[in-house]
Every structure is written in C-alpha cells, then in structure tokens.
Design a binder for this molecule. Structure first.
Ligand SMILES: [Zn+2]
Length: 201
C-alpha cells in the first residue's frame, strides 16, 4: 500500500511557551522562518528559545502500529547496495587517515560504532527531500543516488509513541539508544532533513 504523496502537506505547530497547537501550510512556515509570523496564542516569533515547533498530528496514520507495517517506506542513498550487512566503513580509509585516527584499534572501534547506526526510512517526500539536501549542502552534487522502497516485517515490534529527532549533529542515530532490546523500529519526527520537520523518517 502507498501513502498519498504530498510534498506540501500541512504541518502541525506546538508552541513551547503557551502550548497552543494549530495547523499551518508550508507558505506559513516559510514566512515564519523569516520572522513574518507569530504564535497565535502568545505572539512569540521564531527567534525565541521556546518558539513553536512542528509536532506530530494526533491523526497521523503512522502512529498506528498496524498501519506502519502495511505501507511502503523510502530511503535515498548513494550506496548501490544499501543496506549491506557486511558494510565496512573503514574500507575507504587511506593508510594516512587510519594513522591520523589513532591506529588500527581506534579505526576498528570507529567502524563498529558506524555499523551500530540505525537505518533510516521515511515517507517518500522525506526521502526525496533528504537527497536534495545532500546534493545542496554536502559534497554529493555529482553522485548517483538510489531510491529504496522498503516494507517492514509484519512481526516487527514498534516502539510506543514517537521521539523528537534523536540524531546527533551529523544525522546519525545509534540503534541501541532508540530501540531497547526486543524493539525493531522507533518512530521519530525529523527536524533537520526536510523542510519544517517531516514525519516520518
Ligand atoms: Zn505561544
């Protein structure tokens, strides 16, 4: 089953100061980010620490555990064979880089951390937005991208509720930190890979 693709889906805002929640369209978000809109509840603008942020709509279908395993999810990658089980992130390092990283033991520990990262999947829109962001902001302009379409195993255990984007500053998520033992999938609202936070990745 496919979710209806809509690149301009409305967003739900939640004000951190007054708790007001309301729906906006992407034009509103655009004006908001340039300081042209305020919280209708308390008048805060986007510069404030407790400023409203995009939140998850209570009617969001992905909050339904059964629904999550019936739809297709997407991922864009420059890797032609994502996700690889025998992925060795150290394979591309030169001898000089390995030395700079502190030698073989350090490199092995780094590689183990890289392999422990969670795989991200999301809506078609979020996957495409992420590809465009990488082309724009990172050195992926000339790279070939691949679109992956994924189904979750029907028996997968989904973590209850949803998380605020748990990724670190380079966008990595450590699997054990978001998925306790026995849990295979965690939902989160992505704040930095798509405009104005797009559920879900
Ligand atoms: Zn407010």
């Amino acid at each position: 089953m496919e979710r209806w693709i809509d690149f301009s889906r409305d967003r739900r805002m939640l004000c951190g100061a007054c708790g007001h929640q309301w729906r906006v369209d992407l034009d509103w978000i655009d004006r908001w980010e340039r300081g042209g809109e305020k919280c209708p509840g308390c008048g805060l603008t986007c510069e404030h620490e407790d400023a409203p942020r995009v939140t998850v709509d209570p009617d969001e279908p992905a909050l339904d555990d059964d629904w999550v395993v019936t739809v297709s999810w997407y991922h864009t990658s420059t890797q032609p064979d994502w996700p690889r089980r025998d992925f060795d992130p150290a394979a591309v390092l030169t001898a000089e880089t390995r030395m700079r990283m502190g030698g073989d033991e350090r490199v092995a520990a780094w590689a183990a951390r890289q392999r422990a990262k969670a795989l991200h999947i999301g809506t078609y829109e979020a996957a495409v937005h992420n590809m465009l962001r990488r082309i724009r902001d990172q050195a992926d302009r000339g790279n070939q991208f691949y679109l992956y379409r994924v189904h979750l195993r029907p028996s997968v255990v989904v973590r209850e509720g949803w998380l605020v984007d748990p990724s670190d500053f380079v966008g990595d998520v450590v699997l054990d930190e978001v998925c306790p033992p026995g849990v295979g999938v965690a939902r989160y609202l992505n704040y930095h890979e798509t405009p104005a936070g797009s559920p879900w990745r």
